[in-house]
Write a protein that binds this ligand. Structure first.
Ligand code: UDP
Ligand code: MG
Length: 161
C-alpha cells in the first residue's frame, strides 16, 4: 500500500483495540468507536467475535503467572468482544492515554476507563501497549484479508502531509 512519510511522521502506525465482554454488554461499543474516530484515527478493521480460549491464552500469554490470570481468561471468554485496528501517528501511545490506567479507580476522567468503568476486573477495553505488541496482537486476531487499506480524504486536515 501507499505509505506517507512527511517530516518524520509515520501516519500508518497501527494498534489493536478491543471492547471487552463487559463493554459489549453495557452497550459501550458506539461510544468507544466514536472516541477513536473523533480523535482522528482511521479504522482499518472491525469485527464482533466470541473469542476462543485458545486465542485468549496467546493474547494474555505474558500474564500467565499473575494471580488474576484464570479470572481474566474466564471474564474475556464470557461473551462477545469487539476487535478493531486503528491507524494513525503515534496511535499506540495515544490510545493507551485514551484508555487510561488499568485500574479504573485510578484512571483519569476523560479516559475510557476513567469515564465508563469502576473496577479493575471489568475495565471495558484493551489497547496494545507497544508497537511490537500491536503487530503481534493484530496478526493474532485478524487475517490479512480482514484488514482494509484505504486512504482517508481527511488526512490533510489531521496531519501536515
Ligand atoms: N487485570 C485484573 N487485575 C489486575 C490487573 C489486571 O483483572 O490486578 C486484568 C484487566 O482486565 C487488565 C488485564 O488484566 O486490563 C491485562 O492486564 P494489563 O496489566 O496488561 O493491563 P492493561 O494493559 O489492560 O491496562
Ligand atoms: Mg496490557
Amino acid at each position: 500500500g501507499i505509505r506517507f512519510y512527511s517530516a518524520g511522521i509515520e501516519i500508518h502506525e497501527q494498534t489493536l483495540v478491543a471492547v471487552k465482554p463487559d463493554g459489549v454488554q453495557r452497550r459501550l461499543v458506539g461510544e468507544i468507536i466514536q472516541r477513536f474516530e473523533k480523535r482522528g484515527f482511521q479504522l482499518m478493521g472491525l469485527k464482533l467475535v466470541q473469542p476462543s480460549r485458545d486465542v485468549l491464552l496467546k493474547h494474555y500469554h505474558d500474564l500467565q503467572e499473575k494471580p488474576f490470570y484464570s479470572a481474566l481468561i474466564q471474564y474475556m471468554s464470557s461473551g462477545p468482544i469487539i476487535l478493531m485496528v486503528w491507524e494513525g501517528c503515534d496511535v499506540v501511545r495515544i490510545s493507551r492515554m485514551m484508555v487510561g490506567d488499568t485500574d479504573p479507580a485510578l484512571a483519569q476522567p476523560g479516559t475510557v476507563r476513567g469515564d465508563l468503568c469502576v473496577h479493575i476486573s471489568r475495565n471495558a477495553i484493551h489497547a496494545s501497549d507497544s508497537v511490537e505488541v500491536a503487530k503481534k496482537e493484530i496478526s493474532l486476531w485478524f487475517h490479512r484479508n480482514e484488514l482494509v487499506e484505504w486512504e482517508s480524504c481527511t488526512i490533510k486536515n489531521i496531519y501536515n502531509v
